[in-house]
Design a protein around this ligand. Structure first.
Ligand SMILES: CCCCCCCC/C=C\CCCCCCCC(=O)N[C@@H](CC(C)C)C(=O)O
Length: 667
């Protein structure tokens, strides 16, 4: 047998089996084919992975909003930066702490409101800013645009803060630290609220105050909503702001285009292998659930402890919950696009992995799990936040109670989450106390102008960072506004390293003077960039140059029309004034107006620099023959049809020339 084997080895040494087996030639050929096929597939896969990595394209394409290369910022001398920082320091000194839904610091909140009015006097006094107190403490502002806009937006922030926690762990007083120079040589504004969320309240106010002082009334109307109880779910603040705002929008014939609230931030060094900071925009938000856990046991003398106490039973349940996490949903929510958008900026090795998630998603999910911060984007999280039991050191208590706070991934559902809780804590009573579902995902494709406005504004202050959409892993007031718009973004341009993220609700919350200055500039640029997409009501006043008025009057004269207008000094020609009633003709006129509105191409304005200051295209450029080619915002297609114009808008009998004239000037 041994001999036979060795002779076979000699005879078959050139075969692919190296002559070590007794296979027939046919089997050998088959094995060879299989082996080579496997090798070929592996080589092809490796090649595909490498090619994919080498050809990764940037997914975010920046839309020109008008001032890309040379954005004009607020003036920011050293003195101005210092004064702005000092105002944030002062804001932090108000202890506007929300302890619970029924324990808010209302006196401090009243004082904080007075403080805002004192340090931003011009905006509170402005003709185009209207302030409405909501539920006494929350604040809603309407900033009237120069145009009668149909698509205002909302900037949100909240004025309350969480308690400081363990005061002794803070390096500086959480409400009275001022500006501190740290060992890295940077100046920081320290204190509770520095990044959550008084930087946003003050940043928005600074930008608006600046615009008011410099007579930069925006073209586009917008709203500002500052809640006073966000940290305890916003039912008294944002929820009420939302109700009032809905009514205001309705009364003004407006629809909220988008809203921007706090949320995610600029984050660096969060994923090893991605060496650029990421502008992480929260395009969706996790759901929320609060679960009570109750265990029971015998109450006995501590000298004869039971085999299992209520505390032991509860502790086991809680430990199981931490060990058997809720399942990963990687690939089923916005987290996959966070990585896909970041991939082109990764090292080549990481590009091979992130560029080929179809192959490596398991690996990536395991890697995300290594840090609690990155893990939070891929699953429902479980945090044990309260654990209570016992009254005396020698009494074994009969009851133990804990509270778990889940943040629910958008692809998960509450029933499944609770089922796993009950499996993990099988000898514990598990009761759902409170919950709300995850949000919808707001659109972030490249043609979504609100997304572009937010990202462009962030890029203007952080030009080297790369935008990525993603999941907001905590919660905001936006839940209360979800009926008002489907474009909800959660972001402020605070710059965080992973260790800084722990400062939210943690110890030594702070923002550098430099970054705070960027926060202010971000809101200012956002107010400017938002003017790019002004959708103007068809009933808006028409802005006409004096020479055009003359031309108009000539046309009227030629057509024997007796003009009711004598106000040639005014360069504002209200449409309603040039229209006289004609009931039978109004239907036709409506059609003709509608036809013009519908004929206008839907592409976004390629050349917004052609706009005049008022946002209208220069009227001398809008000759009749040019009408089709006129650069317009896509917004025209969304204009209200004239049927929905206010009832007092009378349509009059126009000659063809008049009609041309009046139509061409409607913007
Ligand atoms: C690949 C990139 C991974 C990025 C991971 C980022 C991890 C972020 C971690 C923490 C985010 C902190 C966000 C702080 C939000 C503060 C707002 C807040 O506290 N809201 C309350 C609202 C609640 C309804 C009372 C909350 O508890 O969420």
């Amino acid at each position: 047998m041994m001999r036979k084997h060795s002779s076979h080895i000699e005879a078959g040494s050139s075969s692919c089996c190296s002559g070590t087996c007794y296979c027939s030639k046919k089997v050998k050929v088959t094995i060879c084919v299989v082996i080579w096929t496997v090798i070929a597939v592996i080589v092809a896969l490796i090649l595909a992975v490498i090619i994919k990595a080498a050809t990764l394209q940037e997914l975010f394409e920046r839309m020109e909003l008008g001032a890309r290369d040379d954005p004009v910022f607020m003036s920011a001398t050293e003195q101005e930066i210092l004064e702005r920082s000092q105002r944030l320091v002062d804001a932090i000194s108000y202890r506007t702490i929300s302890f619970s839904g029924t324990n808010l610091s209302l006196e401090a909140m009243t004082d904080f409101g007075t403080f805002l009015e004192r340090v931003f006097p011009n905006l509170h006094d402005s003709d185009f800013v209207t302030f409405t107190p909501i539920n006494t403490y929350s604040r809603l502002y309407r900033i009237e645009g120069t145009e009668k806009t149909l698509n205002p937006y909302l900037l949100c922030a909240h004025m309350d803060v969480v308690p400081e926690g363990d005061f002794d762990l803070w390096t500086h007083d959480p409400f009275d630290a001022g500006i501190v120079t740290e060992s890295d040589g940077q100046d920081y504004i320290f204190g509770r609220g520095a990044i959550d969320d008084k930087h946003a309240v003050l940043g928005i106010m600074e930008a608006l105050e600046y615009k008011v002082v410099n007579k930069e009334q925006p073209k586009r109307t917008f709203y500002i909503g500052f809640g006073h109880d966000e940290e305890v779910s916003g039912y008294l603040g944002a929820a009420e702001i939302s109700i009032t705002l809905e009514k205001m929008l309705k009364d003004n014939g407006e629809e909220l285009d988008f809203l921007l609230d706090e949320g995610m931030f600029v984050v660096a060094d969060i994923i090893p292998g991605i060496n650029v900071p990421l502008i992480y925009i929260g395009v969706a938000e996790k759901g929320w659930a609060v679960v009570d856990l109750d265990a029971e046991g015998d109450q006995v003398h501590s000298s004869t402890p039971p085999l299992e106490s209520s505390i032991g039973i509860l502790a086991h349940g809680v430990a199981n919950m931490e060990d058997n996490k809720q399942p990963s949903m990687f690939g089923k929510g916005p987290e996959i696009d966070t990585l896909r958008y970041a991939a082109p900026h990764a090292t080549f090795l990481l590009k091979m992995i992130l560029g080929n998630l179809w192959l490596f998603s398991g690996l990536v999910s395991s890697a995300l799990e290594l840090s609690s911060q990155t893990d939070s984007i891929q699953r429902t999280t479980t945090a044990v936040t309260i654990f209570n039991a016992g009254v005396k050191e020698n009494v074994v208590p009969s009851q133990a109670h804990a509270v778990v706070n889940h943040r629910i991934h958008p692809s998960d559902n509450l029933e499944d989450v609770l089922e796993l809780d009950r499996e993990n804590a099988d000898r514990v009573k598990v009761t759902l106390r409170d919950s709300f579902p995850p949000s919808e995902v707001s659109s972030y494709s490249n043609d979504v102008i609100p997304f572009q406005i937010v990202v462009n504004s962030a890029l203007e202050v952080f030009p080297d960072a790369k935008p990525v959409p993603g999941l907001m892993v905590a919660n905001t007031d936006t839940f209360h506004y979800k009926n008002l718009t489907d474009k909800i973004y959660r972001f402020t341009p605070v710059y965080n390293l992973p260790e800084d993220i722990a400062r939210f609700h943690g110890i030594d919350e702070r923002i550098s003077v430099d970054i705070y200055s960027k926060v202010v500039q971000f809101y200012y640029r956002l107010m400017v960039n938002a003017d790019f997409d002004v959708k103007i009501a068809p009933t808006a006043q028409v802005e006409v140059k004096p020479e055009e008025v003359e031309e108009f009057l000539e046309i009227l004269e030629e057509s024997d029309y007796e003009s009711p207008i004598n106000n040639t000094d005014s360069n504002l020609l209200p449409l309603t004034k040039v229209m006289e009633e004609s009931d039978e003709n109004s239907a036709n006129e409506t059609d003709s107006h509608l036809m013009i509105l519908q004929d206008i191409p839907e592409e976004p304005n390629e050349n917004p620099s052609n706009e005049t200051d008022s946002g209208l295209p220069p009227s001398q450029d809008i000759l009749e023959e040019d009408f089709d080619a006129m650069p317009v915002n896509e917004t025209y297609s969304d204009m209200l049809p004239l049927e929905s114009a206010p009832k007092d808008l009378d349509l009059y009998d126009l000659t063809p020339e008049e009609e041309t004239f009046s139509n061409r000037t409607i913007d």
